[in-house]
Design a protein around this ligand. Sequence first.
Ligand SMILES: Cc1cc2nc3c(=O)[nH]c(=O)nc-3n(C[C@H](O)[C@H](O)[C@H](O)COP(=O)(O)OP(=O)(O)OC[C@H]3O[C@@H](n4cnc5c(N)ncnc54)[C@H](O)[C@@H]3O)c2cc1C
Length: 339
Amino acid sequence: MKVIIIGGGWAGCAAAITAKKAGAQVILYEKTDMLIGLGNVGGIMRNNGRYTAAEELINLGAGDLIKITDSHTRHKNINFPGHEHAWLYDVNLVEPSVRNHLQSMGIELHFMTRVVDVEKQNNEIIGIYLSDETYIKGDVFIETTGSTGPMGNCLRYGNGCSMCILRCPAFGPRVSISARAGVEDLQGEREDDVYGAFSGSCKLCKESLDKGLLKEIEEKGSVVLKVPPEDINIDKLKLKVCQQYALREFAENIVLLDTGHIKLMTPFYPLDKLRKIHGLENARFIDPYAGGKTNSIRYLSVAPRNDDMKVKGLDNLFCAGEKSGLFVGHTDDRYSKLQ
Ligand SMILES: Cc1cc2nc3c(=O)[nH]c(=O)nc-3n(C[C@H](O)[C@H](O)[C@H](O)COP(=O)(O)OP(=O)(O)OC[C@H]3O[C@@H](n4cnc5c(N)ncnc54)[C@H](O)[C@@H]3O)c2cc1C
């Protein structure tokens, strides 16, 4: 059985491991030069019910990726608004470990290889086309392209391209493979019938923080700073992906976490306002690069599917991760694959 995985984020990596353990020949195509997609900018694990989900994954024999993130943990059992007993992994170190693990299992990885179209016969996909027009046949196809991009969507439904980790201008836009196969995407909506939602956090460069503040964050894992009253913007909470962040505390405070960079728990924050806060006078954004103005827009492409993760209307196209529903986290996306 030749299983072709399209998209190497957390969901694609989990799908590849599961298919390989089941005895298939597994080939994964990723448009950028890195695995784990949005996982390169996340970091928060095992908070709230995700602790149980992580333990369940391990006990069901699907804990490979949980063990890798655990092994790069910077902080364990920290609490901050909306998050109990969270663990934080180092976003700068985890990707190479995932890559080594997949390679050691004999999974064939192709980077900077974008899938752009499919060939279909009746309800089956026969093969895929890459952006250089190469044609590749397969038996089963798993789409894990996420729900973010292309760049035009961030321009239309957000405040412009945020220059996020997916780097569409350099590596090309996400393509909805299920849509190419004739199945219409579902799209998430936020208030006022606007499609998509803003990603909920940005990263600050460590070296740009006040030394005392940085020491405190590195020791405790998280620090909460007050936003000046004139800068509190409750309406901004409506833009966010994750309801667990849509709490008053996230409008009234700046929540900073140590994930290797300094994770700022807000979709974007004007630099001049940020620099008014003590300790952040010299702050600068490192991810997304335009974090002073905008962030990536997600939930623009979800495939209708059944409980076996099979895309409705097709016999051999499956999906997982954000592409398969309004999942908001690392654990959730991998868990979806286990179904
Ligand atoms: C800023 C930010 C912070 C976050 N923080 C956290 C957190 O702290 N904790 C948490 O649990 N979750 C967090 N999340 C959410 C979590 O990261 C995502 O839900 C999860 O990583 C999505 O995984 P995925 O595999 O479904 O999609 P993605 O990560 O989007 O992966 C899709 C992959 O497919 C590739 N691709 C797309 N189109 C093609 C194509 N045509 N051909 C080949 N490859 C293609 C993309 O390059 C990408 O690598 C965060 C998300 C963001 C954006």
